[in-house]
Design a protein around this ligand. Structure first.
Ligand code: GP9
Ligand code: MN
Length: 434
């Protein structure tokens, strides 16, 4: 295991991307961090109009705002752990497992060196999660203690009775509204994560929650048609949340990070989705499926004026080093497989959990290489083959080293400078923070 840990450290140290001085600690230092985990929210929703109406007008405004750094080539990298894989990647910058959910399988006993503990120990951040489902789903109540979360405001903190819930829990508008009393009493600076649920397969929504003037598609596939309706509802929920942030005075001293956790429409439905995207279903290929794995990443810093939409290719694995550098916190000492997207050394090859990958030039699906320029299968030149082999080798190595680290719980043996091992017994979510 010592040598296995050394293999991991050798890779992550050689793969480390140092901060971009222009962004390191200037724009976000000392701000609260609010993570908005947008359930099943895909990038194709951004800017999309249906019957002349924007599906997500508020998020569209946020995405283009001068106070946002938004990413149009940002991809989810989840496996079967879905939401819990996204959480793991964003808060540890290590991947989920090849099969199943890391949270469920390893989350109760593994040693984590995760965002809540790092931010607490380095900058005295309070940490909290807000989610309208029961605490035990995805084994969160145990995992969050290993991560060092001080608070977990799960379903037991809200009235989830009757039509206040839908699918996996409390409806998003109610989660945002009923949690403000907890959020505004958190000791600042805080790191608070909201996990939404309403925009979740099969995208049911009570009539009372739909907007009469938003008419969705009529592809004949209920999942696709309803997806736009619940995405529209989620957009309204975020808009309402921003109003609460403004009213409580939290907006101006917070960095709000919004991202889609993974796809909402699965490959099997994509042919019906193609019509809604104005594409010919008969021309739909694996390349198109891979391109739809984009989810939005919006880093919103109210008050800044130099935001822009970045073309950089990146994935969920890259968020933690990126956020920590924005906060002015160094990351070199931690085991992180991702790289700071603002860094000149940021690695733009994005690994998918199933060993597929995308880069600015290529899309690799089950070993077939497509050109991102033409969307067609490629006959590789010698030089292109060399590049593709290099990218593939890096993806395979990164995934296998991450699996070795997590499956063998190697962080037990790793002590980054100044990091105190988390004691999960310190936390009791039933009656708030000890
Ligand atoms: C449940 C919710 C489920 O709490 O997070 O999300 P999923 O993993 O199914 O996307
Ligand atoms: Mn999810």
């Amino acid at each position: 295991t010592k040598s296995e840990l050394d293999d991991v450290l050798k890779f992550t140290h050689s793969h480390y991307a140092k901060p971009n001085k222009k962004y390191y600690g200037f724009i976000a230092k000392g701000k609260n961090v609010i993570i908005l985990h947008l359930e099943s929210f895909q990038q194709f929703l951004i800017g999309k109009k249906i019957n002349g109406k924007e599906v997500t007008p508020f998020l569209n405004k946020l995405y283009k705002s001068k106070s946002s750094y938004s990413f149009r080539n940002f991809f989810h990298q989840v496996g079967q752990g879905k939401t819990s894989d996204a959480e793991n990647m964003l808060e540890t910058s290590t991947y989920g497992l090849p099969q199943g959910s890391l949270f469920a399988q390893l989350g109760s006993d593994n040693t984590f060196q995760a965002a809540p503990a790092i931010l607490k120990q380095r900058r005295n951040y309070t940490s909290a999660v807000f989610h309208g489902n029961v605490a035990s789903f995805w084994n969160r109540n145990n995992v969050y203690k290993e991560m060092g979360y001080q608070y977990f405001f799960d379903a037991s903190y809200y009235d989830t009775s009757g039509d206040r819930s839908m699918g996996y829990g409390l409806k998003d508008k109610l989660l945002f509204r009923d949690s403000v009393k907890y959020l505004q009493n958190l000791q600042q600076p805080f790191y608070a994560k909201y996990i939404t649920v309403t925009n979740h397969f099969p995208y049911d929504l009570d009539k009372e929650d739909t907007s009469p003037n938003f008419k969705t598609t009529d592809t004949g596939d209920d999942v696709v048609d309803n997806y736009f309706v619940t995405a529209h509802y989620l957009d309204q929920s975020i808009h309402e949340f921003y109003r609460y942030l403004k009213k409580t005075g939290l907006l101006k001293n917070s960095m709000i990070v919004l991202y889609g956790d993974h796809y909402g429409i699965s490959d099997s439905e994509n042919k019906n989705l193609a019509k809604a995207l104005g594409k010919n279903p008969d021309d739909w290929t694996d390349y198109d499926n891979a391109q739809l794995q984009r989810v939005p990443l919006i880093i919103n810093l109210p008050g800044t004026k130099h935001g822009y939409v970045s073309n950089k290719y990146a994935g969920e694995i890259d968020v933690l080093p990126t956020l920590m550098h924005l906060l002015g916190i160094s990351t070199k000492r931690y085991v992180q497989f991702g790289t700071d997207i603002f860094s000149k050394q940021h690695d733009q090859v994005v690994a998918f959990r199933n060993q597929d990958w995308v880069s600015p030039s290529f899309t690799s699906v089950s070993g077939d290489i497509y050109s991102n320029k033409t969307g067609q299968l490629m006959k590789l030149t010698k030089r292109q083959k060399k590049q593709v082999d290099k990218d593939k080798a890096r993806v395979d190595k990164e995934l296998s080293l991450s699996d070795s680290l997590n499956e063998k719980n190697l962080l037990r043996f790793y002590h980054p400078k100044g990091f105190e091992t988390v004691d999960p017994r310190k936390y009791n979510y039933a009656n708030g923070y000890q």
